[in-house]
Design a protein around this ligand. Structure first.
Ligand SMILES: Nc1ncnc2c1ncn2[C@@H]1O[C@H](COP(=O)(O)OP(=O)(O)OP(=O)(O)O)[C@@H](O)[C@H]1O
Ligand SMILES: [Mg+2]
Length: 269
């Protein structure tokens, strides 16, 4: 078993996630013609590659206690997904530190990591293996996950490339929520299913909340944030502008967007 790092030892027990002064920058090569010939010509002339730096997350500090459900709202490009990828450990901090205490399960982009040539069932097994489950656990879970996804006749044994995006979403969501994670990260994960699956997803999320799992949800469906979360943050241009009760945060965000309480803003998922 992995021994705890110094940061983990320093972290108060009641915290699931601690984010300290986190900044994340992307470096983008802005050369329009990215050919090998161009690169060689540049290098021979001693020219540097032109880079643009995008600061997607700026000096963000946040504690997420165990058993809480955090919602993240904000405009397109605000840095929400970047923050989620950093918490998941996919993206290293440019500055600052993230400490996580518990097993993370993520649904950051639907079915990323699925092998399109394999069946839904085989992808579930792969997911289980990747998350470190034992053979017995996987056998047990595979049935449960397949049942939860409840795909139409026989689809669970067909290659996932033959799935509709909703079917894809169902399997991906089922995997993420049924791996009994301590911390569940969901980035717009509830948007793919139809009404009956949404209902089921919602109930499953409520169950996870009741089991005192920690959940972080990024969503443009503001009603979802109001319904499921106990705390929300509003991100804007990489900065956390506000943190508080979901209703208050959603309200502030809507005022900022200047759309008022349009029904579409609350429309579910
Ligand atoms: N892989 C990447 N390489 C370079 N820049 C990126 C990359 N991913 C995101 N960005 C930039 O970082 C900023 C934040 O993007 P991010 O995807 O985190 O926003 P978001 O809040 O999730 O937006 P949305 O609501 O559209 O999903 C944007 O300016 C975006 O262009
Ligand atoms: Mg995003």
């Amino acid at each position: 078993m992995r021994s705890a790092s110094k940061a983990e030892l320093e972290m108060p027990e009641e915290l699931a996630i601690r984010i300290e002064d986190l900044s994340i920058k992307y470096k983008i090569n802005v050369d329009t013609k990215r050919t090998l010939k161009n690169a060689v010509m540049r290098a021979s002339k001693g020219e540097k590659v032109r880079m643009r730096v995008v600061e997607a997350v700026k000096h963000l500090t946040l504690d997420v206690p165990h058993g809480s459900v955090l919602g993240i709202v904000g405009a397109n490009g605000a840095g929400k997904s970047t923050l989620m990828r950093a918490i998941a450990g996919i993206l290293p901090p440019t500055e600052g530190r993230i400490t996580v205490n518990g097993k993370i399960s993520t649904l950051l982009a639907l079915g990323v990591g699925f092998n399109p040539a394999l069946s839904g069932r085989d992808n579930i097994i792969l997911g289980g293996l990747a998350s470190g489950m034992t053979r017995n656990e996987i056998e047990e879970k595979t049935e449960e996950i397949a049942d939860f996804a409840a795909l139409p006749d026989g689809f669970i044994d067909m290659p996932v490339r033959t799935y509709s995006s909703g079917m894809y979403g169902r399997v991906a969501f089922s995997v993420a929520v049924n791996m009994t994670p301590d911390i569940l990260l969901l980035d717009e994960a509830l948007s793919a299913g139809d009404a009956s699956f949404k209902e089921k997803s919602f109930n499953r999320m409520r169950e996870l909340c009741a089991e005192a799992r920690t959940i972080v949800i990024v969503s443009h469906a503001l009603q979802t944030v109001n319904d499921l979360c106990d705390t929300a943050i509003w991100m804007n241009k990489g900065t956390m502008l506000a943190k508080g009760k979901p209703e208050a945060i959603v309200d502030q965000y809507l005022k900022f967007l200047d759309v008022g309480a349009l029904p579409s803003a609350f429309e579910d998922m």
